[in-house]
Structure formats: structure tokens, C-alpha cells
Design a protein around this ligand. Structure first.
Ligand SMILES: [Zn+2]
Length: 245
């Protein structure tokens, strides 16, 4: 075929050599492909038509009573704020402790979160638990019945707590209005998905409602690292699993 031959149905059209035409078509296809979002290329891209929930990653941290704080930091110590957290009223305090397990392995610089509570609790990852040599339960914050022992060491003293260490459940914070919108209620368990290079579905995500809270999912560092996801990403809400597990 003569490449300069004009197509009989393209009267008046400018003749284009076949090689040039192929090149134009290939470039057009590349342009179209480049303009389309890639499936799961990042958590922000996944499920553009589905509900996306902001992610907060919980590093190991401590909640204390006022009495324990004074014991570890001194009677005259004041509990001070370092920076506010995403959830209204919650904050990272200016204070840290060293936590010590039964094998005398320790993790320094574990931040105390505020405000002070009416129980002492250390929330760690399973990786931390293996390092420290303890076997804490995966449970809800505040449920310390089966919690594992640790020693807390502060600048003014130390304290052995027989039941303080847990691995916090994956959980969703939300006001009641969001719970209604999502068709869930306090205590329900849900499924969420994270896209990206290591797409992961997380199950048994506990719903916790409080009208002071903003919609946010909390994963610990083990879960976040498993999905290779960072703070300020979003997860895709997949729905309710059922009220019991
Ligand atoms: Zn939380």
C-alpha cells in the first residue's frame, strides 16, 4: 500500500504517512492511559465512589491516673500538654516513661497521652510485646482484666503494674451522626480496606461512638506497616461484619 495514498472516505483530509499515523495513535492511547487514575495506586485513590475514612496510626503510648503520674514524676510535677491530637480534647503530653518487661528488656521514651484517666494502661504493638517478653490480650481500651504486667520507670520513681499492657483493638472513632450514615452502632465490628502497594483488608474493626469525636480509624504500627500505609492516608469503609466476633 502506498502510505501517502489518501483514504477514499476522507475527502479533503490531509494525507498522513502510515508510520506517523501509528505514532499519533500510540501517543493518544498513552495520553488516555496516563490521565486515568490507576487502581489502588495509593490509599487516596482507592474506592473513589466509596466512603473514605481518615487514618490515625497509634504508636505505643501510656494512659495514667493522676496518682500514678505524681508517683512517677513527683508530687509537685504538673501534667503538661505538648500538642493536641486529632480527636478533640485528646493530647500528647510533654512526659515520657521507660517501660520494662520481665526479661528486663526496656523501651524508653513512651509518651503519656492526656487527659489523665481513672486507670493506668500501656498500649503497645505485638512486636513490642514480643520484644518485652509479655503476652498481652488484643482488646478494647479500658478492658484490663487479662492485661499483661510491666514496670513503668519515671524520673521520680518506678511502679510495677500487674495488669496494664494491652494491644488495642483496631477501632473507629465517630460521632453518632456518622454511625447512622454508615449504618453501624457502638460495639459493631466492620471491615475496611487499604490500597497501595500492599493492599490489605482489616476485619474486626470496632465501632466506638461519641459526639465529641471526629470520624477516624486507629490502627497500631504493626497493622499500618503490614499495609505499608502512613498517617494522613484514607481507608475505604467496606461495611459491618456483625455485632459479635
Ligand atoms: Zn483510638
Amino acid at each position: 500500500m502506498n502510505t501517502n495514498e489518501q483514504c477514499p472516505c476522507a475527502k479533503g483530509a490531509v494525507s498522513v504517512p502510515q508510520e506517523e499515523l501509528i505514532d499519533i495513535i500510540v501517543k493518544s492511547i498513552h495520553a488516555v492511559l496516563a490521565s486515568e487514575p490507576r487502581q489502588n495506586s495509593s490509599p487516596r485513590d482507592s474506592g473513589s465512589h466509596s466512603l473514605r475514612i481518615p487514618l490515625g496510626i497509634s504508636n505505643r503510648h501510656i494512659h495514667l491516673t493522676s496518682k500514678t503520674f505524681q508517683h512517677l514524676f513527683g508530687e509537685k510535677a504538673e501534667f503538661q500538654t505538648m500538642r493536641p491530637l486529632y480527636q478533640p480534647g485528646e493530647f500528647a503530653s510533654a512526659h515520657t516513661l521507660t517501660i520494662v518487661g520481665p526479661k528486663l528488656r526496656s523501651i524508653p521514651g513512651v509518651r503519656i497521652l492526656g487527659p489523665l484517666r481513672n486507670y493506668d494502661q500501656v498500649e503497645i504493638s505485638l512486636t513490642d510485646a514480643v520484644f518485652l517478653g509479655i503476652d498481652p490480650p488484643v482488646t478494647n481500651s479500658g478492658n484490663l482484666k487479662e492485661a499483661a504486667p510491666l514496670t513503668l520507670v519515671g524520673p521520680n520513681g518506678s511502679l510495677y503494674l500487674e495488669k496494664c499492657a494491652i494491644v488495642a483493638n483496631r477501632h473507629l472513632h465517630m460521632p453518632k451522626s456518622d454511625a447512622v450514615r454508615l449504618g453501624v452502632k457502638e460495639g459493631d465490628f466492620c471491615r475496611v480496606r487499604i490500597g497501595g502497594e500492599k493492599p490489605t483488608v482489616f476485619e474486626n474493626v470496632l465501632v466506638r461512638t461519641n459526639d465529641n469525636w471526629k470520624l477516624q480509624i486507629h490502627l497500631d504500627t504493626d497493622d499500618a506497616n503490614a499495609a505499608n500505609v502512613r498517617e494522613e492516608a484514607f481507608v475505604e469503609f467496606l461495611g459491618k461484619m456483625g455485632t459479635t466476633i
